[in-house]
Design a protein around this ligand. Structure first.
Ligand code: GDD
Length: 316
């Protein structure tokens, strides 16, 4: 069994690689010459890294023709919502073209690979109060270029399954976090600020954006297990919500982090952290995936946040 992980040096990719190694799977991963390697240094001797530019069809086809992986976990993406307002064209192109190049290569080479694609709860976008918890049947009303790029990836997954029978599993993942989360994302950003305050390298003030948004958080280690069981047991062409089924406001998440610190910290709004339009609530119904695969999240949110704060305390 050989698995290819695109974006292996990223947050989810590095956890995916660790999980696959535990399953005794041969792991290969794509990197670019500018990829950061610190998340995978500890497993570098056990995986094989291949330089591949996913935007380049030749690069992707050469890789897939040579390696013929059984499973593909397509995690590489421009994944930060605010960046997608600053560079909408790049976000759409990067996320859509990268996936199309994989699909086209798999189709042309007639590979029997199973492919998991990282779609997102952001696709649901504007959600009415009566529509929660959100099921897969909810309309998609994306509110950012990032969300549109993920909706396009999602529908292309459907279309390539219908048109060519490619075994695609579309995972619509709600928010996820844990150690190694990129510092621009809210959980990591707040945890890092608190760790810096504790070290005395920042005044005791946490800068924040919209604290009223509600998000459904799952630990990244539960998420990568979901991606694995998705390919093992999911039905080709289907989309599945991956979520915990509970949600917190960003303020509640911040208060949880603050309660783990003994320092008295002031919370100050920073207008530059506000978005042109923010998704108010994401609360997922993952029962379709749970019924199909038996998956359930196991790591409590408090544990995830404590591990994340511990991660930053060791690093700042
Ligand atoms: N980043 C950030 N920084 N967000 C803040 C801040 C802040 O200082 N203050 C409040 N927020 C709010 C945002 O406005 C948003 O409502 C929420 O915190 C979460 O923001 P992010 O952590 O940036 O994540 P996201 O919800 O926009 O997107 C994440 O989840 C998606 C799945 O729902 C990303 O991981 C996406 O890649 C993923 O698809």
């Amino acid at each position: 069994m050989k698995a290819l992980v695109t974006g292996i040096s990223g947050f989810v990719g590095s956890h995916m690689a660790e999980f696959l190694l535990d399953q005794q799977v041969e792991v290969i991963g794509t990197i670019r010459n500018r990829s950061r390697m610190d998340h995978i240094e500890h497993i570098q001797s056990q995986i094989r890294l291949i330089e591949c530019e996913l935007r380049d069809p030749f690069s992707v086809e050469t890789l897939l023709a040579a390696e013929k992986p059984d499973y593909i976990f397509h995690l590489a993406a421009q994944s930060f919502v605010p960046t997608s307002w600053n560079s909408p064209v790049d976000t759409i192109y990067n996320n859509v073209a990268g996936q199309l190049n994989i699909f086209e290569a798999v189709r042309r080479l007639e590979l029997p690979a199973k492919i998991q694609i990282a779609c997102s709860s952001e696709e649901y976008g504007h959600v009415e109060p009566h529509e929660t918890p959100i099921s897969e049947d909810n309309p998609l009303r994306p509110l950012s270029p990032y969300a549109v790029s993920k909706a396009a990836q999602d529908y292309l997954g459907y279309q390539y399954f219908k048109s060519y029978g490619i075994h695609v599993i579309r995972t619509r993942t709600f928010n996820h976090t844990g150690p190694r989360r990129g510092e621009q994302f809210v959980t990591s950003n707040f945890a890092k600020q608190i760790a810096e305050i504790e070290k005395g390298i920042r005044p005791p003030i946490v800068s924040v954006g919209n604290l009223q948004a509600k998000r459904d958080f799952t630990d990244v280690r539960d998420i990568v297990r979901a991606y694995w069981v998705g390919l093992e047991k999911g039905e080709a062409g289907e989309c599945y919500n991956i979520a915990s089924g509970t949600c917190v406001t960003i303020e509640e998440m911040l208060n949880l982090l603050l309660s783990m610190s003994t320092i008295s910290i002031e919370v100050v709004p920073d207008p530059s952290r506000m978005r042109p339009s923010d998704v108010e609530i994401l609360l997922g119904d993952a029962s379709k995936f749970e019924r199909q695969t038996g998956w359930k999240p196991t790591i409590p949110f408090e544990q995830t946040m404590s591990d994340l704060l511990g991660y930053w305390r060791e690093r700042v």
